[in-house]
Write a protein that binds this ligand. Structure first.
Ligand code: NAD
Ligand code: 3DD
Length: 422
């Protein structure tokens, strides 16, 4: 472990490798780099101190260094014990970023790292799963009065913050970056769809074609995973609790079943729900010999991991992020990444191209809060204004060389006309 005044990382000597990865990500994040170029001149975050708690990946590093270019002082920790890439943490520390993060943190160090990021008394917070904002509310409430606002990256974090808002418990306003269409419709769908299969393949090296893959949840993430798996030749079964989502899956051609039915036939299981106990020990007892279990929801609560490990007669790591678990009934199952989000624990998370939009939403949210560009008078959960989201989408299209048609004045007038019939 290497530790300095303003960092603690696994191994500072990994920084050169990390820098190459960050360079690669920068070359595939044109929207964020365009905003970095603009904001490095105007410095909209000058005087701001941003505490961030978000997976330490090559894409996050591009966001962090863009925040600094925009004038902010930044302090960072990871938002999952298994998702930090140690080469990236080393590169950020080498570049003078305050960062406390390493792969495989225990719970005590996880919260110690968050507390370290709060020592410089942030004026803005950036979360992925709300652990940082909760830490401020529960353990450092005196800091809240100095915080202009926060942002939240993911669905589960937004759910938790909306619940706090409903109970009037929020001590400062938060922008739900997840709910921005250029994030939710792309990161959650296409990013999670691809990177979850990436994590499963790196941990197992199995052939997906012909396998029966059970996807729990057909929301944004589940839809992405199911469709990418179908594209790889898998037979996909979806489980759901929501009738509309179940109908969508059915009309997309997926088989929809209860988990207790699908458990008996699945080869690979992926939970994508944000809910707890989606795959229970009872489900696992009925699974085929050799069934593979994985999760891509934010927390490791979707598979009953503790109950499974307690019930097992043996647990052996057979490949990185892949544990062979023998059950008393004699059959085996394979648990990936200890039930934590497999795309970040066993792979590199979403591709840079899609995080480009998610993190442009993060940046624009923080700039909007710092410059008081949006009305956040009450301590509530807000969404980024549509016009900012559309700008991000337009920048993305331009970077891809894609042109849009534009409505004429006459067509715009037609939109609201009601004096013309058939
Ligand atoms: P969503 O609300 O769009 O979809 C969740 C779906 O799960 C809904 O359709 C819901 O009906 C369904 N569901 C809930 N409980 C269920 C159950 N017991 N059985 C079957 N289906 C159930 O949410 P989302 O945007 O898809 O996010 C899902 C989870 O993934 C959240 O925890 C989110 O934070 C996380 N996430 C992870 C990544 C990643 O990189 N791994 C990326 C984005 C989001
Ligand atoms: N997430 C997924 N891929 C990521 C990456 N490459 N870098 C940082 C974070 C990454 C997770 C979250 O950003 C977000 O997609 C979510 O909603 O969890």
């Amino acid at each position: 472990m290497d530790q300095g005044e303003t960092f603690k990382v696994k191994d500072l000597s990994l920084s050169d490798e990390g820098r190459l990865r960050i360079d690669w990500a920068e070359s595939r994040m044109p929207v964020l780099m365009k905003l970095r170029d603009e904001f490095s001149k105007t410095k909209p975050l000058k005087g701001q101190r941003v505490a961030g708690c978000l997976h330490v990946t090559k894409e996050t590093a591009v966001l962090v260094e863009t925040l600094v270019a925009a004038g902010a002082e930044v302090a960072w920790s990871g938002c999952n014990p298994l998702s930090t890439n140690d080469t990236i943490a080393a590169a950020l520390a080498k570049n003078g970023i305050k960062i406390w993060a390493w792969h495989g943190m225990d719970t005590e160090n996880y919260y110690w790292a968050i507390d370290k990021t709060l020592e410089f008394k942030p004026t803005l917070t950036l979360d992925d799963g709300a652990d940082l904002i909760f830490r401020v509310h529960n353990n450092h409430s005196e800091l809240a009065k100095g915080i202009l606002g926060g942002t939240e990256e993911t669905t589960t974090g937004v759910h938790r913050l909306r619940a706090m808002d409903a109970d009037s418990k929020l001590k400062y306003p938060v922008i739900a970056v997840n709910d921005t269409p250029t994030k939710w419709e792309f990161d959650n769908v296409y990013g999670t769809g691809q990177s979850t299969l990436d994590g499963i393949l790196r941990a197992t090296s199995i052939l997906l074609a012909g396998k029966t893959i059970v996807v729990a949840g057909y929301g944004h993430c589940g839809r992405g995973v199911a469709n990418r798996a179908k594209g790889m030749g898998a037979n996909v079964i979806v489980t759901e609790i929501d009738p509309i989502a179940a109908l969508k899956a059915t009309l997309e051609g997926f088989v929809v079943q209860k988990m207790e039915t699908a458990a008996k036939v699945g080869d690979v299981f992926v939970t994508t729900t944000g809910m707890k106990d989606v795959i229970t020990l009872d489900h696992i007892k009925t699974m085929k010999d050799g069934a593979i279990l994985s999760n891509t929801g934010h927390y490791d609560v979707e598979i009953q991991v503790d109950a499974l490990l307690e019930y097992a007669t043996s647990v052996k790591e057979i490949r990185p992020n892949n544990e062979e678990i023998v059950l008393p009934e004699g059959h085996k199952v394979y648990l990936l990444a200890r039930g934590r989000l497999v795309n970040l624990a066993a792979a590199e998370g979403h591709p840079s191209e899609v995080m480009d939009m998610s993190f442009s939403g993060q940046l624009m949210s923080l700039v909007s809060l710092a410059q008081k560009k949006i009305d956040v008078t009450g301590n509530h959960v807000y969404t980024l204004p549509d016009e900012i989201d559309k700008d991000i989408a337009e920048y993305k299209l331009v970077s891809m060389g894609i042109e849009l048609d534009r409505l004429s004045d006459e067509q715009t007038a037609y939109l609201t006309a009601y004096d013309e019939g058939t």
